[in-house]
Design a binder for this molecule. Structure first.
Ligand SMILES: N[C@@H](CCC(=O)N[C@@H](CS)C(=O)NCC(=O)O)C(=O)O
Length: 212
């Protein structure tokens, strides 16, 4: 693998998904803060949509998280199942995580982030939590009794670990009626990649500190 650099924002779910994928592929990566003055101009020149993550791998500049995941799967042979059916599942669940799970959690996170509790729009937060829990019904059915969403650790593990980790940090937990998803998330958090890639907010030692 050539030199790899990631322009990164710690709490961005797309960046965290990519950090998990890089860790799973055992890629040594230089992680740069996209907003740091010494990197910002460079980062802006690399991304037409002005988004993070952006990954530079040798001569390749890749500015969409899912294209980065595909690239990592191509060069490492990891992150995607062997079977066509498994690849479809992995990609669909990754898209579901970005779209449906992400849209619901955004309502909660954007409402709570950087605002005093007295100013929170509780209806918006409630709508986000309900959307998240509705998405869990689909995810629970997809996971079933399996250890992974597709055949082994793949795209949805990266995507959903980041989403669930951020959800928890903003006070949204997997309800007890989804024990299989709770167990799946506990297994993901026990992997070394979680601690190595999680933003500081998701690593608070005391759970009560995170119930914002
Ligand atoms: N489709 C893009 C979405 C990336 C995205 O929306 N990133 C957000 C951060 S989570 C961003 O860069 N927003 C611009 C900003 O914060 O100024 C991807 O998957 O990489």
């Amino acid at each position: 693998m050539p030199d790899v650099t990631l322009y990164n924002k710690p709490e961005c779910p797309f960046c965290w998904k990519v950090r998990l994928a890089l860790h799973a592929c055992e890629v040594d990566v230089r992680v740069l803060d996209w907003q740091a003055s010494e990197h910002r101009v460079q980062w802006e020149a690399l991304t037409p949509g002005k988004t993070v993550p952006v990954m530079v791998s040798g001569a390749h500049v890749i500015h969409e998280s899912n294209v980065i995941l595909e690239y990592l799967a191509d060069v490492s042979g990891r992150l995607l199942p062997a079977s066509v059916e498994g690849r479809i599942r992995a990609r669909q669940l990754n898209a579901y995580s970005d779209g449906v799970v992400g849209a619901a959690l955004r309502e909660v996170i954007f409402e709570k982030r950087g605002k005093p509790q007295a100013e929170w729009d509780l209806e918006r937060i409630q709508a986000g939590v309900e959307g998240f829990e509705q998405a869990l019904v689909h995810l629970d059915a997809q996971l079933g009794e399996s250890l992974f969403f597709a055949e082994g650790y793949s795209f949805p593990e990266c995507a959903l670990t980041a989403r669930f980790g951020l959800a928890e940090a903003y006070g949204v937990f997997i309800p007890d009626r989804f024990p299989r998803l709770q167990q799946w998330f506990l297994r993901m958090k026990a992997l070394p990649g979680y601690r190595a890639t999680a933003p500081a907010r998701c690593l608070a030692p005391d759970d009560s500190e995170r119930r914002v």
